[in-house]
Design a protein around this ligand. Structure first.
Ligand code: AMP
Ligand code: GLY
Length: 424
C-alpha cells in the first residue's frame, strides 16, 4: 500500500510516524516533508499548496490513501480534485473546509445550528465596525475572516486597541483579502482545550482531549505562536463534558452543514473555551492540530489507517480507535527570536540521545539536512514528545529528552502541562 502525506511540519512528521507503524506496512511519501519524515518516508519535492503538482504525482504513483495536513490545500479544494480522479483522500471538501477557511461562514453555521460560541457581528465597513466597537465593553475580540496563519485574532483590552485592529484589517488591509471582512466577538473566559473528531460524513469519533500552549513564554506570557507545546489528556475536559461536546458541538454542526448540502469528512478540530457556562467554540479547524497531533497520535493503540480510510468511505465506527492509558506531552524547541525574526541553519545535536529516553520521540517541524547534518530551517524546530504512565511522568520524561538536545539560541517553555497539574 502507498500513502501520500501532504505537509511539512511537526504534525505531518507525527502522522507519517504513526502511519509507518501501522500493520499494513505502507510505503509512505511526504510532500514536501522535513528532515524527520525523510528518515521514515520518501520526501517529494512538491509544495503542499501545489495541488496540480500533487495530482500529477498521484496520477503516476497511485497512492491508495492521501492524508492532507495543512488547511491551505483543503481550502483550495484538493479533496474535490483528488476524489474526482478516483483517489481516496482523507480530509473535507472545499465547501466543508470553509469551517476553517471562513470565520464568518463558520460562525453562521454555529449560530444557525445552535452551537455554543461567542456572540459576534461581522463587518466589511470600517466606519460601521468602529461605531460598533465604541459601543461595546472590553475586552473584545477582533478576527480577520480568512486564513491569516494564526495571526488574524486580536484580543483588545481598550477602545484604542480595538480601533487600531479594525483600521489595520479593514483600512490598511494587513491581512490582504483574508481581512476584508472581520468579526467582532465577545471575549470568553475560561480554559482552552482542543477536541478533534474523525468524521465520515455521519459518524463522529472524538479523539482524546489535548491542550495547546499558544503564548511564547512561561505562564502564558508574550506573543502568540503557532503552538509551543501540548499535552493529552487535558483534565479541563471533565467526563461530564464529553456527551455535551458531542451533541452541542459536533452533532449540531454536522446537522447544520447537512441542511446546507455539505457533508463533512475528515477531521474536525474544535477549539473550545471551557468556562462557567460550559464549552463554547472559539474556532473550528478543518485539519489535525499542530502540536495537538503530536500528543494525540502516540496515545492511539494500534492501527490508524483503517479509521482514515473509513472516514473516506463512510464506514467509520467507534471501535476503530483504541487508546493507551499513558499521557503524552510535547515541548516545542524553537529558534531564538521566534515568533519574531530568527536565524536558520543552526546545527542540532542530541536528537538520537533524546530518543533513548523512555517513551520519547522527537518530531521535526522546521529542520532540514544540510551536508549530512540536521539543521534548523524554521521557527518551531522540534516537537520533543514523550509518553508517561500519567501526566507528571510524561512531563518528567519529556524534559529529560529536551535536556539532551542543543542548538544555538534554542528556546522552549518550561511549564508545558503545568496547568493540568495545578488542576489535579
Ligand atoms: P482562533 O484562531 O479563533 O482560535 O483564536 C486564536 C486564539 O485567540 C484562541 O486560541 C484564544 O486564545 C483567543 N480567542 C479567540 N476568540 C476568543 C474569544 N472570543 N474570547 C477569548 N479568547 C479568544
Ligand atoms: N494548535 C492550533 C492549531 O493547530 O491551529
Amino acid at each position: 500500500m502507498k500513502i501520500l502525506v501532504i505537509g511539512e511540519g511537526g504534525r505531518e512528521h507525527a502522522l507519517v510516524w504513526k502511519l509507518s507503524k501501522d500493520s499494513c506496512k505502507a510505503r509512505i511519501f511526504c510532500a514536501p516533508g522535513n528532515a524527520g519524515t525523510a528518515g521514515i518516508a520518501t520526501n517529494l519535492a512538491i509544495k503542499s499548496d501545489d495541488v496540480s503538482g500533487l495530482l500529477a504525482w498521484a496520477k503516476t504513483n497511485k497512492p491508495e490513501l492521501t492524508v492532507v495536513g495543512p488547511e491551505a490545500p483543503l481550502c483550495a479544494g484538493i479533496v474535490d480534485i483528488f476524489s474526482k480522479e478516483g483517489f481516496r483522500v482523507f480530509g473535507p471538501s472545499r465547501a466543508a473546509a470553509q469551517m476553517e477557511g471562513s470565520k464568518v461562514f463558520s460562525k453562521d453555521v454555529m449560530d444557525a445550528g445552535g452551537v455554543p460560541t461567542a456572540a459576534s457581528q461581522s463587518f466589511t465597513s470600517s466606519k460601521e465596525a468602529l461605531k460598533y466597537v465604541r459601543s461595546q465593553s472590553f475586552p473584545l475580540v477582533i478576527k480577520a475572516e480568512g486564513l491569516a496563519a494564526g495571526k488574524g485574532v486580536v484580543i483588545c483590552n481598550t477602545e484604542t486597541e480595538a480601533e487600531a485592529a479594525v483600521q489595520d484589517m479593514l483600512e490598511k488591509k494587513v491581512f490582504g483579502g483574508a481581512g476584508e471582512r472581520i468579526l467582532v466577538e465577545e471575549f470568553l473566559e475560561g480554559e482552552e482545550a482542543s477536541i478533534l473528531a474523525l468524521i465520515d460524513g455521519k459518524t463522529v469519533v472524538m479523539l482524546a482531549s489535548a491542550q495547546d500552549h499558544k503564548r511564547v513564554f512561561d505562564n502564558d506570557q508574550g506573543l502568540n505562536t503557532g503552538g509551543m507545546g501540548a499535552y493529552s489528556p487535558a483534565p479541563v475536559v471533565t467526563d461530564d463534558l464529553w456527551p455535551v461536546i458531542r451533541r452541542d458541538v459536533f452533532e449540531r454542526t454536522l446537522a447544520e452543514l447537512k441542511k446546507r448540502g455539505i457533508t463533512y469528512k475528515g477531521v474536525l478540530y474544535a477549539g473550545l473555551m471551557i468556562g462557567k457556562k460550559g464549552p463554547r467554540v472559539l474556532e473550528f479547524n478543518c485539519r489535525f492540530g499542530d502540536p495537538e497531533t503530536q500528543v494525540i497520535l502516540p496515545r492511539i493503540d494500534g492501527d490508524l489507517v483503517p479509521a482514515l480510510l473509513a472516514c473516506v468511505d463512510g464506514t467509520l465506527s467507534e471501535k476503530m480507535i483504541k487508546w493507551r492509558r499513558e499521557a503524552c506531552v510535547c515541548v516545542v524547541m524553537a529558534s531564538g527570536g521566534y515568533p519574531g525574526a530568527y536565524e536558520k541553519g543552526k546545527v542540532i545535536n542530541g536528537i538520537a540521545e533524546a530518543e533513548e529516553i523512555n517513551g520519547a520521540t522527537v518530531f521535526h517541524a522546521g529542520t532540514k539536512v544540510d551536508n549530512g547534518k540536521v539543521v534548523t530551517s524554521g521557527g518551531r524546530v522540534l516537537g520533543v514528545t514523550a509518553l508517561g504512565s500519567d501526566l507528571p511522568a510524561a512531563i518528567g520524561n519529556v524534559y529529560k529528552a529536551v535536556a539532551r538536545i542543543t542548538f544555538d539560541q534554542v528556546h522552549f517553555r518550561k511549564d508545558i502541562a503545568a496547568k493540568a497539574l495545578r488542576r489535579n
